[in-house]
Design a protein around this ligand. Sequence first.
Ligand code: ATP
Ligand code: MG
Length: 449
Amino acid sequence: MDFLETSDPAEVRRRVAAQLRVVARADHCISRQYISPNALRVLYRLRDAGFSAGLVGGAVRDLLLGNRPKDFDVATNATPEQVKALFRNCRLIGRRFRLAHVHYGDEIIEVSTFRGISDDGSGDREMVDGRLTRDNVYGSIEEDAVRRDFTVNALYYAIEDFSVRDYVGGFEDVQRRVLRLIGDVERRFREDPVRTLRAVRFAAKLGFSVAEDVAAGIREYGPLLVDAPPARLFDEMLKLFLAGHALAGFREMERYGLFAVLFPESSLAIHKDPRGRALIEAALASTDARIALGKPVTPAFLFASLLWPAVEYRTAALAARGHADPEGEASAQIVSEQAQRIALPKRFSLPMQEIWDLQPRFVTNQRKRVQRLLAHPRFRAAFDFLLLRASAHADLVELAARWERAQRDGPDAVLEGLPPPEHGSAAEVAPRKKRRRRRKPAVASAAAE
Ligand code: ATP
Ligand code: MG
């Protein structure tokens, strides 16, 4: 059932409209009391101005599942300019994908105009090598439905009669809890490989099964993610890992080979040494637990964990080749290599690298260094990271316990029972000087954040 094998919009409209299933108010569980009052305001105003409007996407899906949507998206036949004319508190955003944002305090209701499926030659739609890079061609609700990614994401809750409109079989797929792509798997994944990652995210978040052809498609076209824009991948990573289902998300990524595509070196490392996987899983489980408790989580710590197995692996390789500063060099190399896949903004990559670079400094028998590390502005994050490492690495438990005590009882707790330092030995002084020079700018700019 590939509606888009013809590019004649009238034909698509006809075929898709023939599939329409209207689920009347009495036959579904979506009640207005679960819809954000601001989203309702937007819907009513559009309706009263003579436009057709409905909730769409994740909100409808989540409401049908009895979950609370994290945001409410509206779709309408009004153009962004027409929407703007109706709302004072409205801003138009996006070039690649033009949208209206209606602001109510902290809440933003995203209003998108039905997208069409034809290329009218105006440059409002751009394809590069079969990939959709820009889409501002407007169309009918039928066309809008079939250009969405998964059937469960293409349901509309219509404000005119409170029905759910289903053009692609999504209502039944929600009931059966299965993720199916709309249209031909190969074409849809080639058009936008990020959809492979979205599939994994929805499978993790919703606990849905993945249709067989989609599962095969993720494995086959997932490698195309290497050409996806790194900034977009960073956004997707945050949606995957900071929405309360990070551990499930990681396991799904692994299952479909996407972790190897986006984190190649870490993937290699965790397959060689299971302690790397244990560390990542512990980090993600604690991220999920923090989110469940409403505690803050930082992308710096998250990425520090995801990439640490790579850093350790590279450190070992460099040390074996006799590199003078294997830890520092490994961390610098991994940061720059990873940037080619996922664009980690500097405000996260600098503290991430600092967390790494502080790790070797936990191993010391000098009181002065213990004091200096305890006073370091990034000590807390670095220590939390040491605890995380210890959770996957029995050899570090004792070290972590010493530093735990040191925070309570003072620096001597770290030194207890250790042989005293040999003052002035070359091995002890030289690396310290070198490390301090390299670290300075990172500390300064991270502190300036
Ligand atoms: P979440 O609950 O995580 O926000 P969502 O389904 O709302 O899930 P969004 O990324 O907010 O996901 O996107 C909103 C809707 O836009 C989707 O439900 C889908 O219909 C459509 N959409 C988003 N990204 C794509 C894409 N890459 N290709 C096709 N349709 C997409
Ligand atoms: Mg959404």
